[in-house]
Design a protein around this ligand. Structure first.
Ligand code: 3PG
Ligand code: MG
Length: 404
């Protein structure tokens, strides 16, 4: 039994259902550049509409410091309508007070209203009780479908669950079920792939993972810090030398806990991050003084693939090279294709998340070939760190209260 309720547990017909979703979509020149979150959020709206709920859509957009027309959710109205063909969606220019109340009162069963950006009010991020009450006054039930915002303890992500009957939406449910399969009760061996530029931003994550996974593949520039800590020469590579002790401590904790850390054995080096610069493949711990490692080399890819061949579950966050600048995408793309192939063959449960990681999977053309790709950036990282996510904790507390 999951520790939270779902849409299956709510009687929604004719009720006003506040749905916290994450419409914080990337936009450029007024156009949505990646609609993934919207597409994945649509299932919950469609189901609630079909069940004749009066759907009230809550979201933030950007990080406004107060009302800011440039960050109005009004610009997401047409994209939202586009994702929900056949449904009627209106818009209210405020998310609380008389403007919101009038718009919500006009919503018929099976219809939706999108309320203005929650963060136009300071009470949202402060989880201010008055603001929570003002939101709660607009609904009878609360559904949180925004896993990607669950690391925030805000009024709409945490506060509301204490005031209204609360359940997870279908996207939140799918995220939590997929992540649970990957780390809480996975099929072993479990391999984690962690990449990216800096060890310093992923210390908590590495510390949590070494206690949970059987193999930890470290790639990207952060591998240089580990190679340096083990006495290797990283040349001009990005490397946090001041974190050598920390890296050694992570290696020791891994060893004590039975987790094997797998580092690159070779690297593709150049004098600068430029696809046209002369390159060479050298041992990862013998990088010439004026060269930097920009991708893992072919022998490393072979080694990583061997780990994947033996694994049953893989969790991935962070590219293993500078994939934005071909040909330094080769290692990440090869690894992505290997994960996708093993998943397609039914040998591997694969879960990935984080903005760069999803971009790298998309670049490799395999985003839809993994078992699960999270819509979350920061929330996925905090989950990998083993942290309690306030939005999830609030749903669990609401479910526990109800069962007492
Ligand atoms: C995101 O895009 O990461 C989420 O919507 C959370 O946004 P925030 O980092 O501004 O809280
Ligand atoms: Mg963020």
């Amino acid at each position: 039994m999951p520790a939270f309720l779902t849409l299956d547990d709510l009687a929604v017909a004719d009720r006003r259902v506040l749905v916290r979703t994450d419409l914080n979509l990337p936009m450029k020149d007024g156009q949505v550049t990646d609609a993934t979150r919207l597409v994945r959020a649509a299932a919950t709206f469609a189901e609630l509409a079909k069940k004749r709920a009066k759907v009230v859509v809550l979201s933030h957009f950007g990080r406004p410091k107060g009302p800011d027309p440039k960050l109005s959710l009004g610009q997401l109205l047409e994209p939202l309508r586009g994702a929900l063909p056949g449904l009627s969606v209106s818009f209210a220019a405020d998310c609380i007070g008389p403007v919101a109340a009038t718009a919500v009162a006009a919503v018929a069963p099976g219809d939706l209203v999108l309320l203005e950006n929650l963060r136009f009010h300071k009470g949202e991020e402060a989880n201010d009780p008055d603001f929570v009450r003002a939101l709660a006054a607009l609904g009878d039930l609360y559904v949180n479908d925004a896993f990607s915002t669950a690391h925030r303890a805000h009024a709409s992500t945490a506060g509301l669950a204490a005031l209204l009957p609360a359940a997870a939406g279908r996207l939140m449910q799918a995220e939590l079920e997929a992540l649970g399969k990957a780390l809480e009760h996975p099929e072993r061996p479990v391999v984690a792939i962690v990449g990216g530029a800096k060890v310093s931003t992923k210390l908590a994550l590495l510390g949590n993972l070494v206690g949970k996974v059987d193999r930890l593949i470290i790639g990207g520039a952060m591998a240089n810090t580990f190679i340096h800590a083990a006495g290797g020469d990283v040349g001009a590579s990005l490397c946090e030398k001041e974190l050598a002790d920390t890296a050694r401590d992570i290696v020791k904790r891994a060893r004590d806990g039975g987790c094997t850390i797998v580092l690159p054995v070779d690297g593709v080096v150049a004098a600068k991050l430029d696809g046209a610069a002369p390159r060479a493949t050298v041992p990862a711990d013998q990088i010439p003084a004026d060269r930097m490692m920009l991708d893992v080399g072919p022998a490393s890819v072979t080694r990583f693939e061997a780990e994947l061949a033996a694994a049953r579950t893989v969790v991935w966050n962070g590219p293993v090279g500078a994939f934005e600048v071909p040909p330094f995408d080769a290692g990440t793309t090869a690894l992505a294709k290997a994960v996708a192939a093993a998943t397609r063959a039914g040998r591997l449960v694969s879960v990935a998340g984080g903005g760069d990681t999803v971009a790298a999977l998309a670049h490799a053309g395999v985003v839809d070939q993994l078992s699960y790709v999270s819509t979350a950036g920061g929330a996925f990282l905090e989950w990998l760190e083993g942290k309690t996510l306030p939005g999830v904790a609030a749903l669990e507390a609401a479910a526990a209260k109800k069962s007492r």
